[in-house]
Design a protein around this ligand. Structure first.
Ligand SMILES: *Cc1c(COP(=O)(O)O)cnc(C)c1O
Length: 380
């Protein structure tokens, strides 16, 4: 891989508030010395997020993964969990680490979310929960999934790590299912450096999640369960309070970048965008422009996904093969699963490439990236 003189463009770039704004937010900590354990900034961020996300409750965690594990534990689900192999490691790892057996359901070819038509065939007497992913910020078919869950008495936990700020029929994405996990990792649309939350409406889950977050402690002299430490500290919460003030502007800037990609790439033969704004399955969805997945059909495009990956890398532009390999093909899982049982996911993993997208990506850089991509077949 050769680097040239252009400065590198990475697949994403973390949003940061103006430094003075952050300093102002953390300054009181030098008075109070209250640095963690549900301090005032933690409480402030939770209530601001509940309002922003239009959810009844949001409980903060040190990262999205621990929030997902906590949601699984709090909902007391066991046995088998129907989930998707087309996601980040965290989704399946959380289930396995909490003692569940994952069962992989295939995805839809248009938006890569779990295919509701393939769920029922996977349900057994041991199934207790469905764990779909709003992958790339594409909204799952929440209505169909809920209908199946209700019919069979299953819980639904959404991995909404990609979907901060997404809305459906003007309801917040995280208000669906029994619980939704959001990630506030540095690479996500909204970040607290590291962080995440569980969103839910059943108030009885609140004390359980608080207990799971803090060693099972329920009072100064009472410890009720064997749990770990997943609390967000005040410095991360302060980053969140600052970033939340700017997140609408950041999403608006991402929108311009995304629309430029759509304009330049939508007519190219053999190439298909993995996001559809307000159309098809995403009708009535307000997007967050988190990712720019593109599917390359080798035969029609004249070059493979990997050709595009290397050609862009030679120009110092770094894309990501999200999500390759499929989770079911990881070394830690491949003996247990057969990826050919989820052929759509298998095909997507082999043909998708996520192009750079972030609020401050210059439109001229988008033009350059798209120009390089369109030239690749003729150089082969
Ligand atoms: C980022 C991510 C997670 C994990 O979130 P962290 O905050 O990094 O722990 C889980 N699932 C998906 C799909 C993600 O992209």
């Amino acid at each position: 891989m050769q680097a040239n003189n252009d400065s590198a463009i990475l697949v994403t770039r973390s949003s940061m508030p103006p430094l003075e704004e952050y300093v102002k937010e953390i300054e009181p900590l030098w008075e109070t010395h209250w640095l963690t354990n549900e301090g005032p900034i933690h409480q402030l961020l939770e209530s601001k997020l509940e309002r922003y996300l239009s959810v009844q409750h949001a409980e903060l965690f040190v990262n999205g993964h621990s929030a997902l594990e906590a949601a699984i534990e709090a909902l007391d689900v066991h046995g088998e969990a129907i989930t998707t192999p087309f996601s980040f490691a965290s989704t399946t790892h959380a289930l396995v680490r909490k003692g569940l057996d994952p069962v992989f359901c295939d995805i839809k070819p248009d938006d890569f979310t779990m295919d509701p038509e393939k769920i029922e065939a996977l349900i057994t007497p041991r199934t207790s929960v469905i764990v779909p992913v709003h992958v790339y910020g594409n909204m799952c078919d929440v209505d169909a999934i809920q209908q199946i869950a209700d019919k069979h008495g299953l819980k639904v936990i959404y991995d909404a790590a990609h979907a901060f700020g997404v809305r459906y029929h003007d309801k917040g994405v995280a208000s669906y299912g029994d619980a939704s996990m959001l990630s506030f990792h540095a690479t996500k649309v909204f970040n607290t450096i590291e962080g995440g939350c569980v969103c839910f409406s059943d108030t009885s889950l609140q004390p359980i999640l608080k207990k799971i977050r803090n060693f099972g402690i329920t009072g100064p002299e009472s410890v009720e369960s064997v749990d770990g430490n997943f609390k967000m500290n005040e410095f991360c919460a302060a980053m969140g309070v600052c970033n939340l003030r700017h997140v609408d502007d950041e999403i608006e800037k991402r929108k311009h970048v995304a629309e430029r990609y759509c304009d330049l790439l939508s007519g190219v033969r053999g190439l298909r965008l993995g996001v559809h704004y307000g159309e098809g399955s995403q009708e009535s969805v307000t997007p967050n422009y988190a990712y720019m997945p593109v599917i390359f059909d080798d035969k029609q495009f004249g070059a493979s996904r990997d050709d595009v990956f290397y050609a862009l890398a030679q120009s110092n532009i770094y894309t990501r093969k999200y999500f390759y390999p499929l989770i079911s093909d990881y070394a830690c899982y491949s003996e247990r699963f057969d990826s050919s049982l989820t052929p759509v996911a298998q095909w997507a993993a082999d043909h998708v490439l996520c192009l750079p997208i972030y609020a401050d990506l210059a439109l001229e850089d988008v033009d350059r990236i798209c120009g390089i991509i369109q030239d690749i077949p003729s150089h082969k």
